[in-house]
Design a protein around this ligand. Structure first.
Ligand code: PMP
Length: 443
């Protein structure tokens, strides 16, 4: 494995030649919140797989549910005339779970990108059903991340993820992110910045014409873009603007769903009811690929009362509602609820916040720290005054030193991203802090 590492495989989000020169770590085992690489190094996984392994690597109820379902029925499709028990049960569970967000229907997908694609398509279809087929445009947020399909990549707010694949979907426009550390308004007060970004949305709608816009998509807390935490007033302001212009609101909860933000969803943090929620990742705690697009009453009612030729859903995946995935999901959600992982994320998140503020106070290279629940980022800069991003080499030194100190971190641009399993303990939080301290002391 070590010899052939990075030769036959192209890894996501990487340059093939760079990967060959600097092969990835090969992870062989996982137990609790710890993973072990091919050389036998065991480290605390402060990345939680990829924001998803909320229950850690030893969740027996999920493993058993998967094994049982594999024995009973490894696969059957949910296309047209057939369905499966676990998919129906999980849809019930999800509408109960996200009842406060107003979600009444579930459309299963194979992952987050599929969930976003589904929401964008159903949003356009909704307007065709409503006789307003000219509403085709999408609005989104700079720095937002929405997966890799052409629709999701189009609404993606990071030009680096778009430029290699252009031309993308036409009619997509982005507003500034409510990011206090860097924004075009030079505004550092989160509440005032939320108002300015909401005003930018209002202005863009006026410029485009509200009746040309299908939907606005946003992450309640921006994850991959560097854990940008909007002020709690932002999403309600957005909901109000969307309501006034009848624009559908898609909450991309692929990261924020199921407790990571310290609540069962990011929308719930500010009491907002979106029209769609996209979920994936922690729905199975990473044990099986699965996603879903959840649908609110306004859209569901329009589809179900439809008398036009546009009502049939001409969209779906072979693995929509995969019975093994849904069985894994049912077990993962039961464990997530039983352990009240939203509360643990909030409590451990507060401890982590204190640790991160301490690191910022001690290390000049830390330009900014951002956190909500158990999603957090340290933004490293070579100069605090100019906010010049730290270079790639610096980031690698920090993460390698932390790995040697027993903690896996993830580097994204000049951010260190933390998204540990939601089952972590106070001692684990302290260990993450010590490893970060060791890493930052090297640069
Ligand atoms: N939306 C958000 C907010 C995400 O963070 C991600 C993945 N990181 C996606 C969509 C895409 O999900 P997937 O990688 O499962 O396709």
């Amino acid at each position: 494995l070590t010899e052939t590492n990075a030769k036959p495989i192209w890894h996501p989000m990487a340059h093939p030649a760079e990967m060959r020169a600097n092969p990835p770590k090969i992870i062989m085992k996982g137990e609790g919140v710890t993973v072990t690489d091919i050389d036998g190094n065991s480290v605390l996984d402060a990345v939680g797989g990829l924001w998803n392994v909320n229950l850690g690597y030893s969740c027996d109820p999920i493993k058993k549910a998967i094994a049982d379902q594999l024995s009973a029925l490894p696969y059957y499709s949910g296309f047209r005339g057939t369905s499966t028990g676990p998919s129906i049960e999980l849809a019930y569970e999800l509408s109960e779970w996200f009842e406060p967000e107003g979600m009444v229907r579930t459309f299963f997908t194979s992952g987050g990108s599929d969930s976003v694609e589904t929401a964008l398509r159903l949003a356009r279809q909704y307007w065709k059903i409503r006789g307003q087929g000219d509403r085709t445009k999408f609005l989104a947020v700079k720095k937002g991340y929405h997966g890799t399909h052409f629709g999701g990549a189009s609404v993606n707010g990071n030009a680096n993820f778009r430029r290699n694949y252009e031309p993308l979907l036409p009619g997509v426009f982005h507003i500034p992110a409510p990011w206090t550390f860097r924004n075009p308004f030079d505004e550092t007060d989160p509440a005032r910045l939320a108002k300015l970004c909401a005003k930018a949305l209002e202005d863009e709608i006026a410029f485009q014409g509200g009746d040309t816009i299908a939907a606005f998509i946003m992450e309640p807390v921006l994850g991959a873009g560097g854990v940008i935490v909007p002020h709690e007033s932002f999403m309600p302001l957005v909901r109000d603007i969307c309501d006034r212009h009848e624009i559908l609101l898609i909450a991309d909860e692929v990261v924020t769903g199921f407790g990571r933000s310290g609540a069962w969803s990011g929308s719930r943090l500010s009491g907002v009811k979106p029209d769609f929620m996209t979920i994936a990742k922690a729905i199975t705690s990473g044990y099986f690929p699965l996603g879903a697009t959840l649908i609110g009453a306004r859209v569901a009612d329009a589809f179900e009362a439809d008398k036009t030729s546009f009502g049939s859903i001409g969209h779906g995946y072979t693995y929509s509602g995969h019975p093994v995935g849904c069985a894994a999901g049912l077990a993962a959600l039961a464990e997530t609820k039983r352990l009240r992982l939203d509360e643990n994320a909030a409590a451990r998140g507060n401890e982590l916040a204190t640790v991160l503020e301490g690191l910022k106070a001690r290390h000049a290279i830390v330009g900014d720290v951002r956190y909500k629940g158990l999603m957090a980022a340290l933004e490293l800069v070579s100069d605090r005054a100019t906010k010049k991003p730290a270079d790639k080499k610096t980031m690698a030194v920090v993460s390698e030193a932390a790995y040697e100190a027993g903690v896996m971190l993830r580097v994204s641009g000049n951010n260190i991203i933390l998204s540990p399993p939601l089952i972590i303990s106070a001692a684990d939080v302290a260990k993450i802090g010590e490893a970060l301290d060791a890493g930052l002391s090297k640069v």
